[in-house]
Each structure stands twice: as structure tokens, then as C-alpha cells.
Design a protein around this ligand. Sequence first.
Ligand SMILES: C[S@@+](CC[C@H](N)C(=O)[O-])C[C@H]1O[C@@H](n2cnc3c(N)ncnc32)[C@H](O)[C@@H]1O
Length: 313
Amino acid sequence: MIHKPVALERCLALLTPSIERSASPIVVDATLGMGGHSEALLERFPKLRVVGLDRDKEAIAIATSRLERFADRITVIHAVYDEIAEVLSELGINGVDGILFDLGVSSLQLDHVERGFSYAHTAPLDMRMDNSTGMTAADLLSNYEKSQLIRILKVYGEERFASRIAENIIKARASGSLKTTTDLADLIKASIPAPARRIGGNPAKRTFQAIRIEVNQELEILKRALPKALNITKVGGRVVVMSFQSLEDKIVKAIFQEASESKSPRELPVEIEELKAKFELVFRGSEKASEEEIKENSRAQSVRLRAIERVAS
Ligand SMILES: C[S@@+](CC[C@H](N)C(=O)[O-])C[C@H]1O[C@@H](n2cnc3c(N)ncnc32)[C@H](O)[C@@H]1O
């Protein structure tokens, strides 16, 4: 299935002032995916150059071919988005007008059953967004200690029954019965008391989310990447982020808040020029998708969109 870009028109509208004020605008699509947002940006703004990053080689291949007609205006790079500064510096770019982060997994990753992201299909326990490198979900489930498993299930999955699930993981790995996504989903179901299973959707959802976050180091990378992204944004440029779960959104909120606060001591009658905030929130809080969009695209249901603009160098 083609990935339907979330909040597409809103993202374009938020980036428009930053793109239109520049004679040769550059936008980084930090999560290129299947290139939906980039395609719309390149179509809408004929002078725009896009640098598209993704850590998934499959996504890179699909986006490259989809965006072939814009080959002279898009540079597609296989990279993790916390490498954004290094990637731009290698391209000789020292500031950009916009950066878009559309966080999380794509429909492509979820639909390709063998990638192991889906608890609804049987596949090897992989869950790596870049399946050419790093620890798989199977590695994590074989090697993490019980206390580490409990921590990630609690913190990243907000799972109430983390201890019981972790205990059963340890037992299952001793008996060699934890090989596929279905084995894991069944183990989770069996670890959760029947009354709790009836509420809150599929009980495997939270544990799969937690393992995916840990395997891909999603939150740590986001924490490193956002300050770098702000740093390379030019005055008048904007950073737009779409999060799909509350842990990500909390990180975005905190980093944007920090960047948009004056560092002048409050007790002073006037603000010290050099300590004034270099960024302003484009709107307060976060935005959700419209009801119409959610009806057409269920992925839009959980989106929280935030945007910030650099106002001083
Ligand atoms: C929601 S999809 C993006 C969809 C895209 N906007 C579109 O319209 O087709 C998120 C993409 O970000 C990539 N991704 C997630 N975390 C990443 C990271 N830390 N560095 C680079 N790419 C990442 C995933 O591999 C996935 O392809």
C-alpha cells in the first residue's frame, strides 16, 4: 500500500512562508519514507531543493524512483536523521529554510510482513527500520535482562503488566518457543489477565511499540536530532514535526519550549538582547488532524503536529 501523507496541506501551509521568502529555498525531509510530502513540496514550489533522508534502504529506493522526475532538485540520502548536520555539511549546505519530521513507521514498513513490525502477521522478530544493520527484536528478546525488559515495556509501552510479560519472555527464551511475531503476540496475550485484555485494543500493541522504540533507539535519536535541526535552520526558517505517540510528542514539546524561551533573568526590567529566544512557536500547543482526514486516513488519528520558527540568528 502506498503511504498516504498525513496532514499534507497543513505541512505545506506551515512551510510556505519560509520557502517563499528565500531566493533558493532548501527543505530537509528528515523522514522521506515513500516521498509523499517531498513530492507535494517539489510540485508546489518550482524553485525548491529538497534533501531527503531515511534510514530504511527500501524507502530510499521507492522514493528515489517515485521522485525521479525531480532528480535535479532532490538529493536522497540513506542516513539516520541525527546525522542531519553532517549530511548537510557534506553537501556544502550551511543553513536550510525548512525541516520536516514525520515520525514513526511508514505503511510500507507495516505492510511488509517480513519486517516484523506487525503483531497481526507471522514473521521473524526483526522490527529494524534499517534492516541492514543493528540489533533486531529477536536479539533484544534473547539478550536483555528481565529488569531491562520491564523498564522498556513500562517506559516505552506504558504496559501495566510489564513484569508478567518480561517473566514469560525469559521462560519462553529458555524453552526456545519465542521465534516469531505471533509467538510474541500470543505470549503477551497469555500474560495479561482476561478482564484487562478486553479493554484498550490489542494487548500486543504496547509491547510491540516498546520493542520497536528500543530496537530503533527512536527517542534517543529524536532528542539528539531536534537541537541539530534547530541549529541549521536559517532565520525565518521553520521546523515542523508530526509525532504519533505521546513519548515522542513530549520530547518535541520540551525541546521547542526550551528553544522559544528567553534566557534573560526574569528579575531584570529589560531583556538582554543576546539572551532573547532565537525561536518562536508558530502556534501554541499541538494540532490534531481534522475529522475528515481521520475518516480517510486512520494513521492521522494519533498525529500531534508542532511547528517552530527561527526569529534571530
Ligand atoms: C511516517 S514515515 C514518512 C512518510 C513520508 N512523509 C511520506 O509521505 O511518504 C517515517 C519514515 O521515517 C523513517 N525514519 C524513522 N526514524 C528515522 C530516523 N531516525 N532517521 C531516518 N529516518 C527515519 C522511517 O524509516 C520511515 O520511512
